[in-house]
Design a protein around this ligand. Sequence first.
Ligand code: ATP
Ligand code: MG
Length: 225
Amino acid sequence: MNLVEEAIKINNKKVDYFDKNNDYLKVGIMGGTFNPIHIGHLSMAEHIKYNFNLDKIIFIPTGNPPHKKLYNIENRHRYEMVLISIMDNKDFLAFDFELKNDKYSYTVDTLSYLKGRYKNIEFYFIVGADTVLELETWKDFKKNFYLSKFIVSERPGIKNDFYEYKLKELKEKYNADIFKANPPLLDISSTRIRENINLGKSIKYSVLKDIENYIIKNNLYREVL
Ligand code: ATP
Ligand code: MG
């Protein structure tokens, strides 16, 4: 069995178990394009899981977002890189339903689905500080605050006072449950990783070794569309 097959098999088992188990109370959701997934995502998820006592974290890669220019890579690749990156963590699992959809999936639809399917679970949607500044542009964004709590992580490059102000505003205006997390700051982005690959620069240590190998093997991010 190769690495991808193994990662798929392991994730299927985790998802099966998650579906059957009714004991989970607090579950984090990491939404993102993960193009590609990097150690910024992983280390933030791990930190938040422990600091907020979350039982599990579900990674949900988005379909192609309308506002993002993607390098021409298949959804499958983004998903497989997520699966490989989380395969050795028993509390990280991934759902691919947003990717199966032909259309772009909105967070509000994903959260409504999850709340309907897993009635006892309290969801915590995890975002970086840059994403907080966009929350109000999301479809039916007010509903998101009913459906889920939010955990916001600092992110290098995003001015603290600006996003603190935004947090306060979201709490006051919409009664949103938003908590702040302070994971180790890692100035890493998928955009920079894609650019570096394209320029032939190193991405070592920004992604897991298996992801670096996956990118090389599949010749990803060589051409900009
Ligand atoms: P891109 O540059 O393509 O936008 P990205 O690195 O921002 O990629 P996304 O997939 O867009 O990665 O991010 C998913 C979520 O993780 C977002 O909420 C984003 O704010 C957060 N995030 C990503 N990287 C970091 C980081 N280094 N520190 C804190 N939060 C991060
Ligand atoms: Mg981003």
